[in-house]
Write a protein that binds this ligand. Structure first.
Ligand code: IMP
Length: 425
């Protein structure tokens, strides 16, 4: 089988870690294709709880090669700490490969993001403050520093001097912060580079060869479709491109390789940070979903905003990504509600919309058109098959399929690998 793309269809935190971990079993290589350590996956495998930010979830399987592709931005200190943690947990990280083309998050990216977010005041985006936006901005401005640059001290210094000339001026003159010291950065980054060197590879070539040999490759996105720089709720988005098309651009492989596009979709919706969210609940139901779903950020610990399922968003994601199937997560969180709601359309400025409105202002004002479905009182986390689920829970899944126009292939009813139920066609 050729490549499969796995990505989030909402505003991130759809439970991708768990889904990717489940799907990775049949894969030979797992590739992370965008974002950085703004992402966070919590995985429970064989009774162990692991938190991953940069390393692809495939690392949990001894037969899988894990790859960080070109379009990911890397904070080397975070990556090394994560690798150490995985090693301590008894996992072999020697199979982790990193593209030399990945851009590095530098200390000035972190320093600048802290002050610029504050400077935006009430217009702040609510970023994860991991330096992601500034690192991608430098990449586009062509003053970024790549992983490969750190292996040549002369080049590294030259590039750092160019960047620091501007960054230090902005930090000192605009934000009244202390300038950063080039020597200190060089010695810190060179030391980290030494540890990263054995992992750096020509990952595009490696993927090409693996696909030619008929090996199974999974391309794993971070964040979600609605946080996409182009197609999300700009400017309340991340600075990279989670949609499926970018999996190929980042990994350096061609579109004809892709056979499956799997959309990870939570049975309700959450969002962290600012920006429009039509189905958001500011009531007891929202609190209850947040508590039952443990909706706190893996990376930042922030409380997530919660709301009912939004079929308009899922249809939009199905279209943008060309989804072939849906992996529906956290259905167990909805147990115990007398009735569950789905948003099947929007109303904005007296007009009905069955798609995401093309103008952001309309999206900000969009009111959900609700469809109510009967709830189920039983806990469902110990179900072994789809048919074990109570009829209203099965009907909920079938309605998601109908509204999205895409089949649900797996339903997840708990955090463990075993709590994933294949859905009959
Ligand atoms: P940034 O990616 O740190 O620049 O943050 C931009 C927006 O994306 C903010 O609203 C963040 O909360 C959101 N965001 C970034 N990464 C994630 C994620 O992994 N899950 C959910 N939201 C995220």
């Amino acid at each position: 089988m050729p490549a499969a793309i796995v990505l989030g269809t909402q505003w991130g935190d759809e439970g991708k870690g768990k889904a990717v971990d489940y799907l990775a079993d049949g894969m030979d290589l797992v590739v992370r294709y965008q974002g950085g350590n703004n992402a966070g996956h919590t995985i429970i495998a064989e009774g162990r709880l692991l938190k991953l930010h940069l390393v692809p979830s495939g690392i949990l399987y001894p037969h899988i090669t894990s790859v960080i592709a070109d379009g990911v931005v890397i904070d080397p200190a975070v990556l090394l700490a994560e690798m150490d943690e995985l090693t301590q947990a008894g996992l072999d990280v020697s199979r982790l490969l990193i593209s030399g083309n990945c851009h590095l998050i530098m200390p000035y990216h972190l320093a600048l993001e802290k002050v610029t977010e504050r400077f935006l005041g009430k217009n702040a985006l609510g970023t994860t403050k991991r330096g992601i936006g500034p690192a991608y901005a430098d990449r586009a401005a062509r003053i970024g520093i790549r992983v490969q640059d750190v292996f040549d001290e002369k080049i590294f210094r030259e590039k750092l001097d160019v960047a620091l000339r501007e960054k230090n001026a902005v930090l000192a003159k605009v934000y009244h912060r202390l300038p950063l010291d080039a020597d200190k950065i060089v010695s810190e980054y060179m030391a980290m580079a030494e540890r990263l060197w054995p992992h750096v590879a020509d990952t595009s070539k490696l993927l090409h060869e693996a696909l030619e040999e008929g090996r199974n490759v999974m391309l794993e996105g971070a964040q979600g479709t609605m946080l996409d720089l182009d197609h999300g709720t700009y400017p309340f988005v991340t600075s990279s491109t989670p949609v499926a098309g970018y999996a190929l651009a980042s990994s350096g492989i061609g579109p004809q390789r892709v056979e499956r596009v799997i959309g990870i979709t939570k049975a309700y919706v959450t969002r962290v940070g600012a920006g429009p969210f039509p189905t958001e609940l500011a009531d007891h139901d929202g609190d209850r979903i947040g508590e039952r779903g443990q909706e706190f950020g893996t990376t930042t610990g922030r409380k997530r905003r919660c709301g009912w399922f939004d079929a308009v968003v899922l249809r939009y994601a199905a279209r943008l990504n060309g989804l072939s199937e849906i992996f529906l997560t956290k259905l167990d969180v909805l147990s115990g509600f007398e009735r569950v709601r789905m948003c099947v359309g929007y109303r904005a400025d007296g007009q009905d919309w069955d798609d995401v409105p093309p103008h952001q202002s309309l999206f900000h004002r969009a009111e959900p058109v609700w469809e109510d479905l009967p709830g189920w009182s039983d806990e469902i986390s110990d179900a072994h098959t789809f048919d074990d689920l109570p009829a209203p829970a099965r009907a909920y899944v079938r309605r998601v399929e109908e509204l999205a126009g895409v089949p649900v292939s797996v339903v997840s009813v708990g955090p463990a690998r075993e709590q994933s139920l294949p859905v009959p066609a």
